[in-house]
Design a protein around this ligand. Structure first.
Ligand code: FES
Length: 164
């Protein structure tokens, strides 16, 4: 009794199989790129997940705390009217803006852009649009970042600013 199973494969058939596997590999890459575009990874990871920025007593009125939100530089400002949070990537060409208390502005040193620390609105300079605002909540003695107020707007800023 012979239990051996044998099959032969021609060189031509082997080449066809290899070419098919290579085509499948590239088709998979294209499909993955399309899926990644349609469902960005950050959304899958909960881009707007709540993160703790600081304890309230660590950021007294008139001070600021830098933090990262969804991979982007951001600032928490404690203004007399309360806490405000913005992405600190300048909407002009992507430099990092910072709090300048002596002038009561958020300032971008690259081209002298000035933003209102209460609203993020452009006061002067070349930035075409306000700093992107971040929704925050104060609870149990700490300040938490919740989400971008306008995620579509932040994507536009990211496009101009590159990977920040
Ligand atoms: S990059 Fe901020 S003003 Fe130009």
């Amino acid at each position: 009794m012979n239990d051996k199973i044998t099959f032969t494969i021609t060189r031509r058939k082997l080449t066809e199989i290899l070419m098919g596997l290579i085509a499948l590999f590239f088709a998979g890459g294209i499909l993955a790129s399309i899926l990644k575009y349609l469902w960005p990874q950050s959304a899958a990871k909960g881009e707007n997940a709540q993160i703790k920025i600081a304890n309230v007593d660590e950021v007294p009125t008139g001070s600021v705390r830098k933090f990262m939100f969804n991979g982007k530089a951001a600032i928490l400002l404690h203004m007399p009217a309360g806490f405000r949070a913005f992405g600190s990537v300048c909407t002009h060409l992507g430099c990092i803006a910072y709090w300048k208390p002596e002038e009561n502005i958020v300032f971008c040193p690259c081209h002298l852009g000035k933003f209102d620390p209460n609203t993020g609105a452009v006061i002067s300079g070349p930035p075409p649009s306000p700093l992107p605002a971040i929704d925050i909540v104060v609870k149990e003695g700490a300040v938490y970042a919740l989400k971008w107020k306008d995620p579509g707007y932040v994507k536009t800023i990211s496009f101009y600013a590159g990977a920040v």
